[in-house]
Structure formats: C-alpha cells, structure tokens
Ligand binder design. Structure first.
Ligand code: NAP
Length: 449
C-alpha cells in the first residue's frame, strides 16, 4: 500500500473517463514504469478500476538509445507538454535530483495534478511543503519508492502502523553500501576494492559520495522518521558517518566478538526526543539485520502495539522500484473523485496535541563501543588506556590484543565497552590519542542491540 497526503476536497472531483499519465524520466525506473503502463504485467487499468494511459514521457536526450519501444509521439524534452496539459491527471516523477525535479513537482501539484515520485532527496528536503501544496490543491502526493525500493515501508508507516507509538526504526536502507560491507565481511576485501566492484556491477555511481558517506540513507531516514514521529525532520537533523574508514581487520575482530558490521540508519525515541543517526555499527550475528546481505534492504520497526516488525527485500532496481511506483499510481487512480480526509499521519505533519519532539544531539547517545588502537608493543600500555577510560566512567567489556608486529614494535588492541555516553567516549578517545604509547586510534564503531 502506498502513502497518501489525503485531500480535503469540498466536493468529489470530476473523474476522467481515461486517466492520463505524464511520466518524467525514462531511465532505470522510468523504463520499468513505462513498460508496465504499456501492457507489461497485470493490467493496471483493471486493477485501478478505470482506463489508465501513458500520454507523454519527458526525457533529456532524445537521441539516446532506449531499452523500450514507445509509440510515436510519446517522448518530449519539454516539461510543459506534461505540466501545462490539462488532460494529464497524474505526474510520475522518476528523474531524480532536486533541480528541476522539485520545481516540476510544485508546478504539477499547483495545477491540481496528482503526483507520484521516487525522489528521496526532494521528499527529505521539501516533503512537508509539497504535502501542504498537494492538500491545498486537492491532489495526492505519493512517494513509496523514495525509501526501500520494492519494500512497502512508506505506506505501512503511514497507514498500517499508524496506531503505534514508534519506539525505534533500525534499518539498512542503502543497497550499495550493504553490498560493499558484505564483500568486506565475507572476503576481507578492502573498502576500495569492494567499492570498485560495486561500481563495475552498476550498484555504485561513478561518484559514490552520497552512498558511502550516508547522505542517501540520511534522506531516507528523514522521510521515515517524519512519518513515524509526525514531525518535519530535515536531513541536517541526522548525525551521519560513512563507511570509508572501515578496514578488513574490523570485520575480523567484529566476527571474533560475535558481531557483523552493518551500515545502519536509526531513529529512536529517547527521553522525549528523537535521535537520528546513520553510521556503521556492530550488530550481534544472531540479529536479523546482521543476516541482510548484498544489495538487500531491511527495516525493523519497533511499535508500541505491533512490537518488532521486520521488512526485508530489494531496495533498488528496475522491477522492485516499478512495483512501488505503480502501486502508488494504482492508489491515486482508485482514490480519484473520492472525498478523503486530510490525515495527520502525513509526512512532516506536526502533532495536534503536545509539543513536537526535539532532536537529541549525538553527544547524548548512550551506547556500547568498539575501539581499535594501534599501540607500541610495550608493557603498561593497556593500563594507561584503562586509566583513561576509567577517568571517563567508561567500563571495559572485552579486550583483544592481536597482530603484534615485531618490525614496527606495534600491536593492535581492540576494546569493547559497556554502555557509555557518546560525549564521554569522544573525550576519552582524544585523551587516548595523546598517550605516548598510542600510535593511532584506528577506528571507533558503535555497538547496536
Ligand atoms: N534506480 C533505482 O533502483 C531507484 C530505486 C529507488 C528510487 N530511485 C529514484 O528514482 C529516480 C530515478 O532514478 P533512475 O535510477 O531511474 O534514474 P536514471 O536512470 O538516471 O534516469 C533519469 C531519467 O530522467 C531523465 N532526466 C533527468 N534529468 C532530466 C531533465 N532535466 N529533463 C528531462 N529529463 C531528465 C533522464 O533523461 P535521459 O534518459 O534523456 O538522460 C532519464 O531518463 C531517482 O529519484 C532515484 O533516486 C531509483
């Protein structure tokens, strides 16, 4: 099921005999959506209950070879052919990026057209404004494909799970980075090698920054958290650390300690505030998220009534994303002409009662930590480190000492801690880096669950 803004129309709108769709974008996703509209798969018109027709397709480069044969006259490079056509009732935006996509969405909604989009960046940055624009113009704005590809998480957060107070969301919502971490874990490849492979396979972009630095995951978490906590969060509210600092030995030590390393996007309620964070984390090997491999995504929602619910599936790719976009399209068509109520569970709506939840800073986080240090192989080092941790009221859970290198007279130490405050850990890390026998604080990874 897809998510909807709801629409407070005064009177049922006129239902067109044929519902015309303007498709913006004919790339990976757009080609799948166009194929479906042109007859691939179950009849969309039969499912939606009225005839649905693809009327125009916006692209950038008319000379580019396409994976699909379209009827003559469908392609255009002029957005006005869709936005200014009163006979186009639904705009499906699968172009990506913010400019000009966001402007097109605004224009479409302002003209009273329903909009389906897969655009996480636009929805994360401007979702609440676009939803308001949709409401004010009696239009629906649906965005299931913006998070988790084929996983129906957006609609579920909006509808099926709406009765819950959401205690937490823990998710793997970037397939590219999950592929890289899976390769590093299973084959002990370096980050650079795994990234190169992901690029060769088409899982990672030439510029992988958005994926590996967690920007993409932060957009998706912003959308999920806004739905879960009925507050407009922004991407800047998400604390973000990427995966490029991970090294093969982190995976080896993690496994020895009983953990997998996963790139998590987490939202949780904590003491009247919400913490939003994206970072690599140690997850117990027996936890279901630890078993999510390759380009798969998973979202675990912990609700006050439903308990823990896990969604798992393909988070990207032509077919899964087409499933989400076409599902939204069907919902829009089915709702046409009906008087739906504006619901408060919409993306970014402020709660009717009580004050909106605040965003808790990362320094407030209470977690367990994995710390890897490169130290001089001499007596008393561990005692010095233990002293620093003790001064910060941080207690040690386990210590591993491995990989002594006689040539450099250095050793690698891995420490895990009991729960401690992030601010105290950061202070201790600084102090450790200043110890005479500590050559390098190589990595710090939070432990979840
Ligand atoms: N790919 C996935 O698996 C996936 C999964 C979930 C969500 N999404 C989201 O879906 C959206 C589309 O992704 P995609 O992978 O399908 O992208 P894509 O393969 O790069 O396709 C983009 C399409 O938009 C067209 N386009 C881009 N800028 C344009 C402009 N200024 N004017 C006219 N047309 C323009 C391109 O035209 P040309 O063909 O002429 O270049 C192309 O057809 C993005 O928001 C993405 O985040 C994608």
């Amino acid at each position: 099921m897809a998510a909807s803004s709801g629409m407070p129309s005064e009177s049922p709108a006129v239902i067109p005999t044929v519902v015309n769709v303007g498709l913006m974008g004919l790339g990976v996703v757009g080609t799948g959506v166009a194929a479906h509209l042109l007859g691939d798969g179950p009849s969309l018109s039969d499912i939606a209950g009225r005839p649905v027709k693809l009327k125009k397709v916006l692209i950038r480069d008319i000379s580019r070879p396409r994976d699909i044969n379209l009827p003559a006259g469908l392609l255009t490079t002029n957005a006005e052919d869709i936005l200014a056509d009163p006979d186009i009732h639904i705009v499906v935006e699968v172009m990506g990026g913010t400019d000009p996509a966001e402007n097109y969405l605004r224009q479409g909604l302002a003209a009273g057209k329903h909009v389906v989009t897969a655009n996480k960046e636009v929805m994360a940055k401007s979702g609440p404004e676009l939803m308001a624009l949709a409401r004010n113009n009696g239009a629906n704005l649906l965005f299931e494909a913006s998070v988790g590809g084929g996983i129906p998480i957006v609609g579920c957060m909006m509808n099926e799970l709406a009765a819950n107070d959401i205690r937490s969301i823990r998710s793997i919502i970037n397939g590219t980075t999950n592929y890289i971490l899976t390769r590093m874990a299973h084959d002990r490849t370096s980050f650079e090698q795994a990234l190169g492979e992901a690029q060769e396979l088409g899982y990672a972009e030439a510029d992988p920054t958005n994926d590996v630095e967690g920007i993409d995951a932060a957009y998706k978490l912003t959308i999920l958290a806004s739905l879960a906590y009925r507050r407009s969060f922004e991407p800047v509210d998400v604390y973000c650390e990427g995966i490029s600092k991970l090294e093969p030995q982190d995976f080896r030590y993690a496994e020895e300690l009983g953990y997998a390393i996963k790139f998590l996007a987490i939202a949780n309620l904590d003491d009247g505030g919400v913490q939003l964070r994206v970072y690599p984390a140690l997850v117990p090997l027996e936890h279901m998220l630890a078993k999510v491999d390759g380009v798969y995504n998973a979202v675990e929602v912990d609700g006050s009534l439903c308990g823990q619910v896990l969604f798992h599936g393909m988070g990207a790719g032509r077919e899964p994303t087409t499933s989400a976009v076409v599902g939204d399209l069907i919902e829009v068509v089915r709702k046409m002409g009906s008087q739906t109520q504006a619901v408060n569970a919409q993306h970014g709506a402020e709660p009717q009662n009580g004050t909106p939840l605040t965003v808790r800073p990362i320094g407030d986080l209470q977690a367990r930590y994995y710390i890897r240090l490169d130290v001089a192989d001499s007596p008393g080092v561990l005692a010095q480190i233990a002293q620093v941790l003790g001064d910060g009221q941080i207690s040690i859970a386990a210590v591993l000492q491995r990989d002594t290198n006689p040539e450099t007279e250095s050793a690698e130490i891995v420490i895990t801690t009991h729960p401690a405050k992030e601010a105290s850990i950061q202070k201790a890390l600084q102090a450790m880096a200043g110890l005479p026998h500590v050559k390098r604080v190589s990595n710090t990874i939070r432990i979840e669950g």
